[in-house]
Design a protein around this ligand. Structure first.
Ligand SMILES: C[S@@+](CC[C@H](N)C(=O)[O-])C[C@H]1O[C@@H](n2cnc3c(N)ncnc32)[C@H](O)[C@@H]1O
Length: 348
């Protein structure tokens, strides 16, 4: 037993335990509007924050102190301040780095622990719709800041010839659309095009339909309950998979259906969690987040469906290329990337 290594590992565990406990506090603060109440970066006492938010002052002092200890806030002479950088991540919903809303996904990991125990001891299946409902809205809010920041400005322009088609008026399918964040963002950017989002989870389709109305694009956007292998329509110019192909039981079958419903010169936009091809390349902060979430969410969902391929969220570009090659596509390339996403293009 190497005592130095033990100390080093215990230090990492205590850091992670504190991190996990902080995430619970972030979820609390987000739901209660505490960060938004501090978004002006002005120092505030726990009593003043209590008066502003209607929350209990003593509990707020503990919550604020946790934030000061974690470096999430500054603390001077009894006053706490949320610095502008932390406000971008925790308070400002429209910021490209807003992460507080997506933390609900992490809450669902704990809330669904008993279901995961059963899945682990059984056939490995836990379907998307069987998770705690906080996962659905959390997923939307986890991904939306990235789509807002990159989808229209960088990802679509990285595809060969797609933007001119969208500007002229294209027909687009968004498969596994969830709450439709990507669909609505694209529809708002390209008013001449028509969009249809498909997802097999009926409550998500209901929410997505509401999002289209809220986003004032309901005249050109429809959401329909369907699986990735049976959605209707033909001759789509663009078929998108945003952070969902690896969740499916039969990604090859989904890619085959996309092949059959795509125009001959159409394009597949595949957005997947960023990953290298091997565990060694993914042994980093983003990789551990995605492998951990994939254990609870993506892989058991895949195992709950026919074929049950279980790609996992860290499949990597080489495995994804293989899926599209098996489905008949002849061209596949990485169009661009972010620290969180691989953006790939497939053509017939
Ligand atoms: C991680 S979520 C991503 C949702 C959305 N694309 C986004 O980026 O916010 C995965 C989605 O895939 C959907 N899904 C999983 N398997 C599916 C299948 N076989 N057919 C259609 N949708 C599926 C789930 O219901 C869920 O909404």
């Amino acid at each position: 037993m190497d005592e130095a290594k033990l100390h080093e590992f215990m230090g990492r565990l205590v850091t992670d335990m504190g991190g996990a406990a902080m995430i619970a506090n972030v979820i609390l603060g987000e739901e209660l509007g505490l960060y938004r109440a501090m978004a002006d970066n002005t120092p505030i006492t726990s009593e003043a924050l209590a008066a502003k938010t209607g929350c209990n002052a003593r509990l707020l002092r503990e919550w604020l102190s946790a934030h000061a200890a974690a470096g999430y806030m500054e603390h001077v002479a009894g006053q706490f301040r949320l610095p502008p950088e932390q406000a971008m991540a925790l308070a400002l919903e429209d910021s490209p780095v807003f992460v507080a809303g997506g933390m609900a996904v992490l809450a669902s990991l704990f809330l669904d622990k008993d279901k995961m125990v059963s899945a682990m001891r059984g056939n490995g299946a836990l379907a998307w719709g069987d998770h705690h409902p906080c996962m659905f809205g959390g997923t939307e809010r986890f991904f939306r800041p990235g789509y807002r920041a990159h989808l229209v400005s960088k990802w679509l322009p990285a595809l060969d010839g797609v933007v001119p088609k969208l500007e002229a008026g294209a027909t687009v399918a968004d498969i596994g659309c969830g709450h439709g964040a990507s669909t609505v963002i694209m529809a708002q950017a390209y008013p001449a095009s028509r969009f249809v989002g498909f997802d097999y989870h009926t409550p998500s389709i209901t929410t997505a339909t509401q999002r289209a109305a809220d986003g004032e694009v309901a005249d050109r956007v429809r959401f329909v309950q369907a699986t990735a292998k049976d959605y209707p329509g033909q001759d789509y110019d663009l078929i998108c998979f945003f952070d969902c192909l690896h969740d499916m039981g039969d990604p090859v079958g989904a890619a085959q259906h996309a092949y059959q419903t795509l125009k001959p010169d159409g394009t597949i936009l595949l957005v997947e969690p960023f990953a290298g091809d091997h565990l060694q390349e993914n042994s980093n902060p983003v990789g551990r987040l995605y492998y951990s979430a994939s254990t609870f969410i993506c892989t058991p969902n895949s195992l709950s469906q026919e074929v049950g391929l279980g790609l996992g969220a860290q499949a990597g570009e080489a495995r994804l290329r293989e899926v599209f090659r098996e489905a008949g596509f002849t061209r596949f390339r990485r169009a661009t990337e972010t620290p969180f996403n691989l953006i790939c293009e497939a053509r017939k």
